[in-house]
Design a protein around this ligand. Structure first.
Ligand code: HPA
Ligand code: ZN
Length: 342
């Protein structure tokens, strides 16, 4: 078996995936036309997904969100997203949803949930793929709204709505500002993660851990600017959900083969990393490709990538008995796959 096939088949968790960033350009164009939304000028549909910074990306991301309006739309994009995860070897997914960006079009939270949860049930039935949902706070709407958002999430409990995230642009919106929202999330028994250190400083990673009490960190790349913080994260083995292709679009580390790429520095420092696809359709990738690129372009060994796949089990918000069972199953499967590449 060739290495690429083995990496694609390798059992994986996907814990950093924005539903709306997983919408194909063609699905986006179709939904936008259906709802009478005007698209930016473009020659080909694929050109809709062109950007060179996090801020530019978030403008188009918000437009994609506007195109998803009905329960059926949410069900469709959720199933399409999860089916692509299954094609990449994902066995368990925790999916981010951006409710704030749908409110702009008057979509109600229960409508979003009904569609997404049905799409998740479809993926479970048809692809045996288990998934849970993480509604994400849009940090650009500020700390007071973040508290209201967490209260809204808590007021609509569901066994598959398991935590909250914090995303959009860190610049001007430091993580420390969201303490009250994260305290409320903890009080409601919700798990906690947050984007930090993607375009913002290492201090955001520190605040996410020390002040927001996050159980894992999304991206986290700027941790490498603070050796003391790296040392304490190595010690605690808090997980970082890194997203290789995203770094080319949103961060200062745009070359996966560069010796100083943050993900390489993080791996070499002994931080606990797991690999994710973030916004796979919008960055023209998928989960399997993220592993393949780390091998081909960053030169990470198959053993390192296997360890990152297993790290996904530790970082997942599932019970300890399930983690133990998955680790045994996946380890055996990975050993067989890697032996077949020799
Ligand atoms: N960073 C910040 N916010 C986001 C992202 C991201 O990569 N994807 C969707 N929202
Ligand atoms: Zn993200």
């Amino acid at each position: 078996m060739d290495v690429e096939t083995a990496l694609r088949k390798m059992p994986k968790a996907e814990l950093h995936l924005h539903l709306e960033g997983a919408v194909d350009a063609s699905t986006f164009a179709e939904l936008a036309a259906h709802h009478g939304l005007e698209l930016p000028p473009h020659d080909q549909v694929a050109d809709l997904y062109s950007y060179d910074s996090l801020a530019d990306f978030l403008v188009i991301y918000s437009l994609v969100c506007r195109s998803i309006q009905t329960e059926a739309d949410f069900r469709r994009v959720t199933y399409e997203c999860l089916a692509r995860c299954a094609d990449s070897g994902a066995r368990y997914v925790e999916l981010f949803l951006s409710p704030e960006s749908h409110f702009e079009m008057g979509v109600e939270y229960p409508t979003m949930l009904a569609g997404v949860l049905t799409g998740m049930a479809d993926a479970q039935a048809e692809r045996s793929l288990e998934s849970n949902l993480i509604p994400a706070i849009n940090r650009e709407l500020g700390p007071a709204r973040a508290v209201e958002f967490v209260e809204m999430v808590a007021a609509h409990p569901h066994p598959q709505i398991i935590g909250v995230g914090l995303d959009f642009n860190e610049i001007g919106f430091p993580s420390a500002d969201y303490v009250d929202a994260y305290r409320a999330a903890a009080a409601h028994g919700l798990h906690r993660t947050s984007h930090a250190g993607e375009v913002g400083p290492a201090d955001n990673v520190r605040a996410a851990i020390d002040l927001l009490d996050c159980e894992r960190i999304d991206h986290g790349y700027h941790v490498v600017d603070d050796p003391d913080l790296v040392a304490s994260c190595v010690e605690s083995q808090i997980a970082f959900t890194v997203c290789p292709t995203t770094t080319e679009y949103t961060t200062v580390w745009r070359d996966l083969s560069a010796p100083d790429h943050a993900i390489r520095q993080m791996s070499e420092a002994g931080l606990k990393l797991m690999v994710n696809s973030d916004d796979p359709a919008m960055f023209v990738s998928d989960l399997g490709n993220e592993y393949v690129r780390l091998h081909r372009e960053m030169g990470l060994s198959l053993d390192t990538l296997a360890e990152m796949a297993l790290n996904g089990i530790d970082a997942a918000w599932i019970d300890d008995a399930t983690k133990t069972a998955l680790r045994a199953d996946w380890s055996a499967e990975i050993d067989t796959l890697l032996a077949a590449t020799a």
